[in-house]
Design a protein around this ligand. Structure first.
Ligand code: ADP
Ligand code: MP5
Length: 309
């Protein structure tokens, strides 16, 4: 386990739904935290019966029991960073926000999970406003994918300019760093996977680019990405560095699983991808406002921003 100077074992808490298929949700989160050498804990918001073909059923967890799980963990073990994934309902969002406020939690990563890749709704539609009003102001980093950013902003995101507008608009809810993830932008094009970061402190956009792995096995990529960011924030990395290392980790996790036979639908990624090597580390320190490309295990700075999403 990763330790701070002084011996403190680094720990992180995920508040999310359970994926029985093991590729997304709590299961992806704990695997990722472990891979980064961070002690992982969880508060489960919903149980899903799920596989690589979709979500077959959902059992909600009462908000009062979510609260109890959070209190149990935070009053004893504590967390150096916290992430949220599937929160299911407005009730649970309010409860989570109340507890996180009361415990003055630092380094909160909010992954505003709304719909599974197969199309199943994972958040009640009336809960979107609660997410923005209650959790975004507590977050250090918010990580919507393109459909989530569209739902949160209320307008279509078709290109890089739209993604930048969305990131800036979402930061208005009091979020220091917004990452618009470009995993959904493929439309069959063999393009790159481009993530746009907006830092409201410096008011700059930084883009992170990797090749797009031609694979359907991307179940849980968002959970894996936000958990890697959480682990690295817990370890004390600067946010931009954490986000870049997380992107490189997810690329490696997708790449290593592309020929896996785990399920016959949208399969999971390989959480044993290397997490603690210099491979993931970008040219430090990252410059706000620049564009970085991760290719063949190396980060390089690019003078010009990416051409598109
Ligand atoms: N086929 C792919 N190849 C490389 N990177 C990908 C691919 N699909 C998604 N990513 C990356 O995975 C991360 C999660 O993005 P995304 O899949 O959009 O999230 P979500 O699971 O929330 O929909 C982002 O860094 C994105 O760029
Ligand atoms: C419990 C749970 N949480 C999150 C996701 C989103 O993951 P994806 O977008 O890859 O389907 C999921 N499918 N299930």
């Amino acid at each position: 386990m990763f330790r701070q100077p002084g011996g403190h074992v680094v720990r992180a808490l995920t508040i999310a739904g359970s994926d029985s298929g093991g590729g997304a949700g709590i299961q992806a989160d704990l695997k990722t935290l472990h891979q980064f050498g961070v002690y992982g804990m969880c508060a489960i918001t919903a149980l899903t019966a799920q596989n690589t073909h979709g979500v077959q059923d959902i059992q909600a967890v009462p908000a009062s029991f979510v609260q109890q799980q959070l209190e149990s963990v935070l009053t004893d073990l504590g967390a150096d960073a916290v992430k949220t994934g599937m929160l299911a309902s407005a009730d649970i969002i309010h409860t989570v926000a109340d507890v996180l406020e009361a415990h003055a939690v630092q380094h909160l990563v909010v992954d505003p999970v709304m719909v599974a890749k197969g199309g199943a709704p994972l958040l009640q539609p009336d809960a979107v406003d609660a997410l923005k009003a209650r959790l975004f102001p507590l977050a250090a980093v918010v990580t919507p994918n393109l459909p989530e950013a569209q739902a949160l902003c209320g307008y279509p995101i078709r290109d890089l300019a739209d993604a930048k507008r969305a990131a800036r608009d979402l930061a208005q809810s009091g979020v220091p760093i917004v990452v618009i993830k470009g995993g959904h932008a493929a439309d069959g094009r063999p393009n790159d996977a481009v993530d746009i970061i907006y830092d409201s402190g410096t008011q700059t956009f930084t883009s992170l680019v990797s090749p797009r792995v031609p694979s359907r096995k991307t179940h849980g990529t968002g959970c894996t990405f936000s958990s890697a960011v959480t682990a690295l924030l817990a370890r004390g990395e600067a946010p931009l560095t954490a986000i870049a290392m997380a992107k490189a980790f997810v690329f490696e996790a997708i790449d290593r699983a592309k020929d896996w036979d785990v399920g016959s639908g949208h399969g999971p990624t390989d959480h044993t991808a290397p997490a603690n090597t210099s491979l993931l580390v970008p040219p430090a320190p990252l410059q706000h406002g620049s564009s970085y490309v991760y290719r063949d295990g190396t980060w390089t700075v690019h003078a010009s921003p990416p051409a598109g999403l």
